[in-house]
Design a protein around this ligand. Structure first.
Ligand SMILES: *Cc1c(COP(=O)(O)O)cnc(C)c1O
Length: 223
């Protein structure tokens, strides 16, 4: 398994490298390995290949893998929909980054549940493709919402934006949704934003060519 994983990771790194250089030679893209389809032994194998940042979209799965791999200095990201009744559990696992705050209401719910003196790093999720079934804030409201969260909830350290590319085969449409999110990212950079999380297995090269500096990769690494 480890050899196959190594080949997949190598090939992904090469593809990212090519896309990154096409965008700019001075551009670093961070890989978040999404392990929602795999078990903790796969996480450990990827860790042994040098991968340090992992993403999960269910609190229960994050809890389970975190418990098994507690001795590894893994940076866990939460990338899934935030359910109010799971926030306490999620915060107790102390993820490095919550990528999926999608409203002021969710931010408030998280803020209220943080202990005194605690804070959490997070991204604002944007519905760049304006798809009804997808979570994320509407692009038109994103900048305003970003500022509102920063002002109202000082214990939430907003570090940037996240989006899921439009679900279509049309490259133009996908690129457009990434471009929209990147423009929002550029506007909030003056407020300290440094992360633009865009791109999954099927579209990460398009995302990088639109300025993504964080890709969330699952199936291209592990099936
Ligand atoms: C599952 C998931 C990914 C990874 O998806 P792949 O297409 O398997 O790379 C990335 N981001 C989010 C939010 C996800 O839920």
């Amino acid at each position: 398994m480890s050899n196959q994983l190594r080949d997949r990771l190598d090939s992904v790194i090469e593809r990212i490298e090519r896309a990154r250089k096409g965008f700019s030679h001075h551009h670093i893209v961070k890989i978040v390995a999404v392990t929602k389809y795999s078990d903790s032994s796969t996480v450990e194998a990827l860790y042994n290949l040098g991968q340090r940042t992992f993403g999960e979209n269910r609190v229960g799965d994050l809890e389970e893998k975190n418990a098994i791999l507690i001795n590894l200095p893994i940076e866990w990201h939460f990338i899934g929909t935030i359910q109010t009744n799971k926030i306490n559990k999620l915060l107790s696992l102390k993820p490095s980054l919550i990528q999926s705050i999608d409203s002021v209401k969710t931010a408030e719910a998280i803020s209220q549940r943080l202990q005194n003196g605690e804070n959490i790093s997070a991204l604002l999720q944007i519905n760049g493709g304006r798809e009804i079934q997808k979570s994320g804030i509407e692009p038109e409201l994103a900048e305003e919402t970003y500022h509102e969260i920063l002002e109202k909830f000082p214990n939430i350290k907003l570090k940037g934006v996240m989006t899921i590319g439009t679900h279509t085969d049309e490259v133009n449409k996908i690129a457009e949704s990434f471009n929209l999110t990147r423009k929002i990212f550029e506007k909030v950079q003056s407020k300290g934003a440094s992360i633009c999380s865009m791109g999954m297995s099927g579209d990460f090269e398009i995302a990088i060519s639109e300025g993504s500096n964080m890709v969330r990769l699952g199936s291209v690494l592990v099936k």
